[in-house]
Unconditional design. Structure first.
Length: 237
């Protein structure tokens, strides 16, 4: 069997397991009068966190959730104008950036309110001085944008993406969508996140101990539990 065909088969098996896991999580979630988020968690193993294990990846979701990521652009002039035209959530100009540097409470609010930050390269040093102490620990340091960068395309990519982050810990979580999405869509998003994480792990999928999916008002559904239940049914047959 060709390598490509083998890879496709492996992905199909994983997607099938993820669909079963998502269905289990959905069935166990209590219905509420709001659109619940769906979160994927990977429990890792055989990684020495004492050696400084860090993960900070941006993953574009194939299927778009109802909630779009919030984006803040730090720019002025033409770049700032183009950012506003793309309906960016917030545009911060140099004057406001200086003010935030002297107001820690407001700076923390800005960092918390947005998922992604991008900045004109001309202001990266100023961003570091004004907001670096708040952005850095959250893994949200801005993506630098050179003059003439296609900010519209960049905004579109970030708007449908999630940040996957872990620092010196053996679990990684990310929102993969919401309950209005069907199981196939959620499974595809989960698979995209898992694939991105595997590429950053020392031994790939071998470093994943367990996979969990949770709806906001439900208990986590564990892949290990799903496998145990299937094994028990096979024995009963």
């Amino acid at each position: 069997m060709a390598f490509y065909e083998l890879t496709v088969c492996i992905e199909m098996v994983r997607d099938s397991r993820l669909r079963d896991l998502i269905k289990l999580a959905r069935d166990g979630a209590t219905k509420r009068n709001f659109n619940q988020s769906v979160e994927l968690t990977l429990v890792l193993k055989e990684i020495d966190v004492k050696k400084g294990f860090n993960l900070n990846e941006v993953v574009n979701l194939p299927n778009k959730p109802a909630r779009k990521a919030s984006i803040c652009v730090i720019a002025s002039g033409d770049m700032g104008t183009r950012a506003r035209r793309t309906e960016i959530d917030r545009v911060i100009e140099p004057e406001e950036l200086d003010r935030l540097g002297t107001n820690k409470r407001e700076a923390r609010k800005v960092v918390k309110a947005h998922d992604f930050f991008v900045s004109d390269t001309a202001y990266m040093a100023t961003v570091g001085r004004s907001l670096g102490q708040f952005l850095g620990p959250k893994g949200k340091m801005p993506t630098p944008l050179p003059y003439g960068a296609p900010i519209e395309a960049i905004a579109t990519r970030f708007r449908d993406s999630v940040r996957v982050r872990a620092k010196n810990q053996l679990n990684v979580s990310a929102k993969i969508g919401d309950e209005k999405m069907d199981d196939d869509q959620l499974a595809t998003n989960a698979s995209a996140v898992i694939s991105a994480i595997e590429k950053k792990l020392p031994q790939g999928e071998k470093n994943i101990r367990n996979t969990l999916v949770k709806f906001t008002m439900g208990k986590p559904a564990k892949l290990t539990t799903l496998k145990e239940e299937k094994d028990q049914r096979k024995k009963a047959e």
